[in-house]
Design a binder for this molecule. Structure first.
Ligand code: ARG
Length: 594
């Protein structure tokens, strides 16, 4: 592994050095370097600095320029000049671009730095609820969370995954009691040992849920038996626990079938649901009460906050233990924090959860801070995501007003994508099997990309027509860019990609090259800010640069000298590898032929 210093970082270093030489009292001032349309980079840090030190920005900028050797052979900076009120416009040498990219190409990780001493992040994502249908909200958590796992791991962070599934609570009293009274309801058609499909598992659970709910609402005696069953469950009664386990197992079959469809790798040991913290709940409450963080209020154990009030102006507490002795969502989450910080040694806790749970997390995090479970060395962050909306801009519902089933959506996405793939299949010469495979990769990719390409906190419209469109900011567009690269490489025959730093570059080649060089920086930003959409945006721009490059620069042409063909193949190949790597981090496949 060899990490490569980007051109931006080299230029930054040179300007910063010249700046501190020209103006020692400025110390390590940031020259504020950005990519620019005028030149390759622009530095405008001289303006604020000169103002602060009562100097003339243009003069300061000129002094910096004088301190930078430019245009010499082997120098990264080819031209640097003062512009406007005191900006620096900087152009890098073509040679430096290709040399830097060649160093990237020589590395499996494309020169992206890997931090050996990074921290440990526990990421809480993909957390559906037992005995319930998964919905689009669960999709978002799974997709965004999985991308964050990959991005963080790629930068060197140690990542521990936690799927905090909803597998505990009062509704199980009702379900278990019903199952005890109707013992064959969960039996499988093929007998106990037969494999059942996720569909089947889901429909079994649905049927059971509806039937028990109906009885619960209509039959007072059943309601009472169900209530007592909750007590048995919490007391650890064996028969009750065994029944509960059947619900969990049946649900997992269903979860895995959906995650599988999503082409997502969820592992059993990482599924630590609410029930996983049962043993800690009592102690969590005791510690909170002893330290005075939580107080008794109307029989319940509560934590109060100055800034959390209801519409009536009265404080709304976080209830850690209910007055009937039951533990809720908060007690579990507080116990999970203790586990993750103390047992898993996490320094970052990341929660990929719907923005509508923000108040819950705000209160839970604040409580953990007061209790000393979170401190300056540990941070807890909610990566809060917005709501999935229908085409009409309203929360996504079926015509009947029900929540849309996730599987139906995924199936439809794959179906539409397959149609798109099939249209071009003949020209590309795809077999029927390839059409099916590509259809799945394009369809699932489209759903993931739509979710990942806008800032997570924003609501987004689930619009399949737009998602599988070949034009615009879609995964299909990126997948086609990748497949086209592969096709060019196949057509290159004898020619191999090879870097030729001595060649002058066309503007479209420079733009593509400079963008390729930014991959590591974008990843670092996406990792640090927990914003996978930055990576998606980068990849889309990369594909757009590639399109512009094709328009202006023929790769394989009899008119091109061999070196030009090789150098262009080199750029195209590195673009393909960068696209492939970037898409893989987002959880999206890149078919070789499309
Ligand atoms: N199961 C919850 C839901 O479906 C999400 C769990 C989020 N994670 C957590 N630690 N509370 O809404």
């Amino acid at each position: 592994m060899a990490s490569v210093t980007s051109l931006a970082a080299s230029v930054h270093q040179r300007v910063a050095d010249a700046l501190s030489a020209a103006l020692p009292e400025a110390g390590a001032a940031d020259p504020l370097l950005r990519r620019s349309d005028r030149a390759d980079f622009q530095a405008n840090g001289m303006l604020a600095l000169a103002k602060k030190l009562k100097g003339n920005p243009r003069e300061l900028a000129a002094q910096v320029v004088a301190g930078i050797p430019a245009g010499e052979s082997g120098a990264v900076i080819k031209e640097i000049e003062v512009s406007g009120p005191g900006f620096l416009n900087i152009t890098v040498a073509d040679e430096a671009i290709i040399e830097t990219l060649a160093a990237r190409a020589a590395d499996d990780r494309l020169g992206v730095p890997y931090a050996d001493d990074a921290g440990t992040t526990v990421i809480d994502y993909a957390q559906p609820n037992v005995a319930k249908e998964m919905h689009v909200g669960h999709l978002r958590s799974a997709v965004i969370g999985a991308a964050m796992v990959e991005i963080l791991e790629f930068t060197g962070e140690k990542v521990i995954r936690r799927h905090h599934i909803g597998d505990w609570g009062t509704q199980f009293g009702m379900l278990i009691q019903y199952l005890i009274e109707h013992p064959h309801e969960l039996d499988h058609k093929g007998g106990e040992s037969a494999e059942i499909s996720g569909e089947e598992a889901a429909s079994n659970l649905n049927r059971l849920y509806k039937a028990s709910r109906a009885l619960f609402d209509s039959d007072g005696e059943f309601k009472e038996r169900a209530r007592r069953r909750v007590v048995d469950l919490q007391a650890g009664d064996e028969e009750t626990l065994a029944m509960w386990q059947r619900f969990v197992d049946e649900s997992k079959i269903y979860f895995y079938s959906v995650f599988n469809k999503l082409d997502m790798d969820i592992r059993d040991p990482d599924i630590v649901g609410e029930s996983g913290y049962n043993d800690m709940l009592e102690e969590t409450c005791r510690l909170l009460e002893e330290s005075g963080v939580a107080v008794r209020s109307e029989g319940a154990l509560c934590v109060f906050f100055d800034d959390v009030k209801g519409p009536d102006g009265n404080p709304v507490p976080l209830i850690v233990k209910k007055s009937d002795g039951g533990y809720g969502y908060a007690a579990t989450d507080l116990s999970a924090i203790r586990d993750r910080v103390h047992n898993l040694s996490a320094d970052t806790l990341l929660y990929v959860v719907d923005v509508r749970q923000s108040l819950h997390f705000k209160m839970v995090f604040e409580t953990a801070r007061r209790a000393g479970w979170l401190d300056e060395k540990t941070r807890a962050v909610q990566l809060a995501f917005g709501t999935v909306l229908g085409k009409d801009g309203k929360p996504f519902k079926t015509r009947a007003g029900e929540t849309v089933r996730l599987v139906d959506l995924l199936d439809e996405a794959v179906e539409r994508a397959t149609t798109v793939v099939r249209e071009k299949a003949e020209k590309v010469g795809l077999t029927e099997q390839e059409i099916t495979e590509n259809g799945a990769q394009v369809g699932i990719g489209a759903v993931k990309y739509a979710d990942l390409s806008t800032s997570a906190s924003r609501d987004y419209k689930f619009d399949l027509d737009q998602m599988v469109s070949l034009n615009g900011d879609t995964s299909v567009y990126l997948q086609y860019a990748y497949a086209r690269i592969q096709s060019i490489k196949r057509k290159a025959g004898e020619h191999r990609p090879a870097a030729h730093p001595e060649l002058p570059l066309a503007p479209a080649e420079r733009a593509l090259g400079l963008h390729l060089d930014q991959f590591g920086e974008v990843l670092a930003e996406a990792a640090a800010s927990f914003e996978p959409h930055r990576l998606a945006a980068y990849l889309y721009q990369l594909a757009s640069h590639l399109t512009a490059f094709y328009e202006k620069c023929q790769v394989i042409s009899a008119d091109n000298p061999v070196e030009v063909v090789e150098n262009r193949l080199f750029l195209v190949d590195l673009t393909g590898r960068t696209l492939h790597q970037g898409m893989a981090l987002l959880g999206i496949r890149t078919p070789e032929r499309l």
